[in-house]
Ligand binder design. Sequence first.
Ligand code: HEC
Ligand code: HEC
Ligand code: HEC
Length: 467
Amino acid sequence: MKAHSLIRSAGFVGLALALHGTAARADADTDLVKRGEYLARAADCVACHTASGGQPYAGGYGIESPLGTIYSTNITPSKNGGIGNYSEAQFDAALRHGIRADGAHLYPAMPYTSYVKLAPDDVKALYQYFMHGVAPVDGAAKATELPFPFSVRLAMAGWNMLFLDKAPFQPDPAKSVEWNRGAYLVEALEHCSSCHTPRNALMAEQSGQAYAGGALGAWFAPNITADPVSGLGGWSESEVVEYLKTGRVPGKAQAAGPMAEAVEHSLQHLSDADLKAIAVYVKDLPAIRDVHDQQPGHVFGSSNSDEATLRGVAGVSASNSAGGAELFSAVCASCHQPAGSGSKDQYYPSLSHNTTLGRGDTRNLIAVILHGVARKADGKDVFMPGFGADSLVNPLSDQQIADVANYTLKQYGNPALKVSAHDVAAAREGGEPPLLAKLPRLMPWLIGGLVVILGLVAWLFGRRRKG
Ligand code: HEC
Ligand code: HEC
Ligand code: HEC
């Protein structure tokens, strides 16, 4: 072989190697983007960063807070309105510490208090996905305009000092690899606590009450600790997996409202191994018992029918004068059956042995009658119409909803519970306002002022430490 052809073939080999290297790198990049996509699903970024009917991740979804509406921002890679100019370090600061590229503090409506536990490699993958796997959409989302003093974003520095635990996720060497994977998914990515943990007067999660149940507007995210009476102690691991994957477990519960969204956008897309890990971890959450609870929510109920006494009653309809039994017969029984036992295949679920009617809290029963159920998961569409003001079938009054709710509680659920027309009216307004909003008008100002002062102290303190 002549010298120059040797050189040439060496050149070819080199070129081939170089090409191979580029291809390998491209593969690695695609893998990273794919991993980022999976993580974004697990973290459910889309749920908050997409307005209803809007483009994915273009922002503009309004999150009601007692301080006012906080709008999510455009996190597509557009350089005009999105986060296209974010460096990886800036993305990391927004995600894990709630600090925007321009240095301003984000409100904790963005769950950085959970994402602070994300592993650096996962942040890297998420960044690659948002830069290369998401379609850019130009234009900033609707701006958040909270009243003074909440408009002072620096106040969040004080809030962070009080409530942001910056400790990274620490695996527990005494527990299994699966338990630790579950802990990471639940605590960091899926941010389950942001809904299931009650909040204090300053809207921070109460650490001593982790997963004991939290209010979400008209809805209630129940106790999911391992307690056998108030929590999930009576659920098997595979039932928890089934609930997260499909949104339903016959004889236990169905997912409506915000939980239906979490199942639809996030949980159903997780691998079976990840769902099992979540179940293992959740089943081991330190038990917290509500002293008012006598027995687990799913234990309540028997099949009772008043249909025999109603038969022959002329023109039973959802008229104003109809009592709970008549209303149930007119507007619920066609699906849930006169005895409340549900359809044979349980597509229309039994109302007995259903946590929504058995637990010591009526919020989800009221919310489900007002808003119905809409969930796409497990390849199926699940639909129950709502009976609120915008009902297409049959808007019911506050008193009618209270009557039918009380009837179902008495027949199929926890008969000790009562729903009043006032409860229904509050639910229509988005639930009882949290303490912060209920205090006399001056109080939020005082608290806000205090937070601003704390913010300034934190800022000075930070400067002192740096200088
Ligand atoms: C529970 C709702 C919620 C979830 C889930 C959520 N975000 Fe956010 N995010 C928000 C809100 C609200 C804001 C704006 C807050 C503000 O203006 O102070 C925000 C702001 C941001 C910002 C700052 C952008 C800017 O304006 O410069 C980034 C970046 C971001 N989110 C990324 C993400 C990513 C990535 C995920 C998923 C890993 C995610 N968010 C999940 C609610 C959410
Ligand atoms: C966006 C808020 C939100 C998030 C995030 C969320 N949940 Fe829920 N969850 C709810 C609400 C609300 C309900 C009640 C749904 C209903 O009864 O229709 C619920 C119900 C449940 C139930 C049924 C409990 C019962 O007694 O009926 C389980 C189990 C559950 N969630 C587990 C989880 C786990 C595990 C995570 C994290 C992987 C999670 N949830 C994340 C809001 C949320
Ligand atoms: C058109 C059929 C239909 C009608 C009418 C109907 N439901 Fe439902 N209901 C459903 C379906 C479907 C589900 C959800 C099943 C699932 O999630 O898998 C459901 C779920 C429920 C749940 C459990 C929700 C949860 O979050 O746990 C309750 C409670 C309930 N219905 C009560 C009622 C009451 C009370 C009425 C009458 C005011 C009524 N339903 C009318 C179809 C119906």
